[in-house]
Design a protein around this ligand. Structure first.
Ligand code: SAJ
Length: 485
């Protein structure tokens, strides 16, 4: 039984776990998605017996980062930072049950009844055109297909251009099946896109959230449905089967293109509101009361993160590179949305430069470097573009973030305490972290009176009023300037 294999592997990583008789699930990639998925699968229980359904093996690359994640899991610690207590609880459960380990060896896939692909697929730019190089993803999927037992299910969760499973991955798997002398289609390929939202609802965004899925074959779709039904609270959050893996892949890309576009759309309204000194956030919250418009977005400091910065461009890649469609099938809204979102941090900087007269020699305090509230993820953070350009224009920028101790992209160590605002020409609120939303800003400023720039609707009305009453100039994206009183 594969569980003997599991307990042998567990022993090899210093974990004692006797044979359990449980089927093994491998999760390839322990990033923000794979880590949470591995915990969700390890937490899955048989509704009749209450016993764990699976033994789970996280599989990472043998890189410093991959090995660090593996060591964390095997020490019973989270491989990613999270403020969601349910993630820590899930890890504690898995540790006491002994049904979650991690390795860097691909040999683990030989034990897998199910393998979940959670590796990344980056978008590149070549000659100004979005491009995807599939080599990494193909190699990752090959490493699984070459080892899993006949009948195993491969679920691709990675966000990919529509058509990837059918036109890129299935041919790879079919070739391996033939090389291994297995019956055709005997390794099942399915796609179910992840809707993981790192933050306060991280764990629930998997187990208590809707899932869309499909299979390259009906048998794969059936196996995927059976598996997900045991991991997700499918009674309360029903699964939705769509007609093909391409439809499932399109679902994800469309969801995030929609979100990126609705955010970009608000940028011009933010500029308009600032000129008219209308509080756009007040207008937006009034509109949200209407159910059909409850999801209207708001302008901010920029649109960062690994999802919305690339997903809207995957449609173009699919149309051109996977389906060879004519240029007439293009995506101007997606393209414009990404451009508008990417321009936001520099627009904020230009607005600030207008308030200060010049950035040369100025000292700025930047509060918030992650790409969004309540996460430590700095990938594609708007704050990165802001800092790079501000320093190019001669400013000095002191950065803080309650969740980031080392800002990888800028290789900058951040102090945990709030910086001293004295001597600052401006304080820029870039991310609505809870710490800033509850900060007594006027008190923190003391006698300093820097320009206060709220780039992301961070400050409440009381916080802004206390600042203007203390004689500070306050400018907010989407609101405009509030004169010191
Ligand atoms: N942002 C705005 N204005 C808004 C909302 C967001 O400027 O009204 C900015 C944020 O500051 C951030 C960026 O956009 O820089 C992205 O924020 P996000 O809330 O969209 O968070 P993401 O990028 O993590 O998006 C993910 C997506 N989830 C998945 O792909 C599984 C997205 O589909 C979700 O809608 C989103 O989380 C969510 O709602 O949390």
């Amino acid at each position: 039984m594969s569980s003997d294999g599991f307990s042998a592997l567990a022993a090899s990583v210093g974990r004692s776990s006797g044979p359990s008789g449980r089927p093994v699930v491998c999760v390839q990639g322990l990033g923000f998605v794979g880590s949470a998925m591995a915990l969700a699968v390890a937490s899955a229980r048989d509704p009749k017996t209450g016993q764990p359904l699976y033994d789970v093996i996280g599989v990472e690359l043998s890189t410093p980062d991959g090995r660090a994640k593996v060591s964390a899991v095997n020490a019973g610690e989270l491989p990613v930072r999270s403020s969601d207590p349910k993630m820590a609880e899930a890890m504690a459960r898995a540790r006491s049950t002994g049904n979650l380990i991690a390795v860097t060896s691909d040999e683990a896939y030989r034990l897998a009844k199910v393998a979940i692909i959670d590796v990344h697929l980056d978008l590149l730019q070549e000659g100004g055109k979005p491009k995807v190089k599939y080599d990494g993803l193909k190699a990752a999927v090959r490493s699984v297909a070459e080892r899993v037992p006949e009948g195993a299910l491969l679920i691709v969760e990675t966000t990919v251009p529509p058509g990837t499973c059918e036109k890129v991955l299935a041919p790879e798997i079919d070739a391996i099946i033939a090389q291994r002398g297995l019956p055709p289609k005997s390794i099942l390929l399915a796609h179910s896109y992840e809707r993981v939202m790192p933050g306060s609802e991280y764990f629930d965004s998997i187990v208590n959230f809707w899932r869309v899925y499909s299979g390259h074959t009906p048998a794969a779709a059936d196996a995927c449905e059976k598996f997900l039904s045991g991991v997700v609270n499918a009674e309360k959050y029903p699964l939705t089967r769509v007609g093909s893996t391409t439809a499932s892949e399109m679902g994800k890309v469309l969801e995030n293109s929609y979100r990126a576009m609705t955010i970009a759309f608000m940028e011009e309204w933010g500029r308009f509101a600032e000129e008219l000194n209308v509080d756009l956030m007040e207008v937006v919250s009034a509109i949200r009361k209407r159910p059909t418009h409850s999801n209207i977005r708001q302008p901010g400091f920029g649109v960062g993160g690994y999802c919305l910065t690339k997903d809207p461009l995957f449609a173009t890649v699919a149309a051109r590179d996977l389906f060879g469609l004519p240029e007439s099938v293009n995506f101007p809204f997606c393209k414009e949305a990404v451009a508008a979102n990417n321009a936001m941090p520099i627009r904020c900087l230009n607005r600030l430069e207008g308030l200060l007269g010049s950035l040369k020699g100025k000292r700025l305090v930047l509060l918030g470097v992650s790409y969004r509230q309540d996460v430590a993820d700095t990938r594609y953070s708007p704050s990165e573009d802001f800092v790079r350009e501000a320093e190019k224009r001669g400013a000095t920028v002191v950065c803080h973030d309650p969740l980031v101790v080392h800002w990888t992209e800028l290789d900058r160590k951040l102090e945990p305490e709030l910086p001293d605002p004295s001597g600052a020409d401006a304080v820029v609120f870039a991310v609505p972290h809870r710490e800033y939303q509850t900060l007594n800003v006027a008190s923190w400023l003391g006698k300093s009176r820097p320009v206060i720039f709220d780039g992301n609707a961070v400050l409440s009305k009381p916080q802004r009023s206390a600042l203007t009453q203390a004689g500070a100039r306050v400018f907010s994206i989407g609101r405009g300037e509030e004169a010191a009183s």
